[in-house]
Unconditional design. Structure first.
Length: 334
């Protein structure tokens, strides 16, 4: 008989797994494993319950505030919840929060990516480790310290930069400076960039380290320079990680309170120039007015806090989705 014409027998079908085998596969056969599984599951459920409770409380107080508000909550420039009738809106707060965060991201993301690439692919191992350690220490500095440094050091030394921007870019109107104190959204953006730089750098560094070595060695074998290897292999692999790191940094920039409150000179007005005092942020407005607010004023502040709560959840949720899309981060160098 011709061997090529022989029929291959189908592989035997394994019997269905029993309950004990399923438990063994999940690692929940021993009492300690079952206790740990229960604690982990309970902790996850507790976090969800706490988040739901916070959302319910904020929503309830927001409904009370909006039921008395005589102005449009999303478009009004006024903030007078203690008036008769109460009138308040978040247009100025939303503008200040978004603009200061965008300025911080524009400054921090390129610098953070450059530092991460330098540490992982250019600097000697010991020197790169020292730089990484120092940058990670910046994440441990309290916000109040950043605020004090910004108010006492950064603001007085921004006049030179403000003058340069006014001389060369003042014709745009965006960087027109009237010579006042540098307590504007632009200064806040610079300070926020310093605060989120450690977060973006740390995550980006870990992602770049996991870029496949086979791709890099193949590019080097073909005669590519170190920069070409980074441009064609490392950066494309770490693009999603950089985006997720940037969104995590954005989450902190959106909710920063004390540092912004100590640097910004707020006013409920939107100016065309980023160098003029004005505007405000959600967190700064809540921190500066909560203690002196009436019951209606606190409800109005809580309503603005609900908006910030939703924005922060969306930003962090987007970062998690981007990370989940790239399963190859684990074991990429193997």
């Amino acid at each position: 008989m011709d061997i090529s014409t022989q029929q291959t027998a189908p592989p035997p079908v394994p019997p269905p797994a029993t309950t004990e085998q399923k438990r063994a596969a999940r690692g929940a056969t021993r009492p300690g494993d079952r206790v740990f599984l229960g604690l982990s599951r309970g902790s996850g459920i507790l976090v969800l319950v706490i988040m739901a409770a916070i959302a319910a409380f904020l929503t309830y107080r927001t409904v009370l505030a909006l039921s008395e508000n005589e102005a449009n909550f999303f478009t009004s420039f006024d903030w007078n919840p203690s008036g008769s009738p109460p009138e308040f809106g978040i247009a100025v707060l939303a503008y200040g929060t978004v603009v200061s965060s965008i300025i911080a991201m524009v400054i921090a993301v390129p610098v953070s990516v450059g530092i991460a690439l330098f540490i992982t692919h250019y600097a000697p191992r010991r020197f790169g480790g020292t730089i990484a350690y120092v940058i990670d220490l910046l994440a441990a500095v309290p916000s109040i310290v950043y605020g004090l440094w910004g108010a006492l050091v950064l603001v007085p030394h921004m006049d030179g930069l403000y003058g340069w921007l006014d001389d060369y870019l003042g014709w745009t109107g965006i960087f027109e400076w009237n010579g006042g104190a540098a307590r504007s959204l632009f200064t806040v953006g610079v300070l926020l960039a310093l605060m989120i730089l450690p977060i973006i750098t740390s995550v980006s560094r870990e992602v770049f380290r996991q870029a496949p070595l086979m791709h890099q060695e193949a590019a080097l074998a073909l005669g590519a320079t170190r920069w070409e290897v980074i441009r064609m292999s490392v950066i494309p692999f770490g693009r999603s990680g950089v985006i997720s790191a940037s969104m995590l940094g954005l989450g902190r920039a959106l909710g920063e309170t004390m540092a912004v409150a100590m640097v910004l000179s707020p006013s409920f007005d939107i100016t065309a120039s980023l160098l003029d005092p004005g505007g405000g942020t959600f967190a700064q407005n809540i921190a500066s007015k909560f203690n002196e607010a009436t019951v209606m004023g606190r409800d109005a502040l809580i309503a603005s806090g609900l908006v910030l709560f939703v924005i922060t959840l969306l930003v962090n949720g987007g970062a998690r989705l981007i990370i989940a899309r790239r399963k190859e981060y684990s074991g990429a160098n193997a």
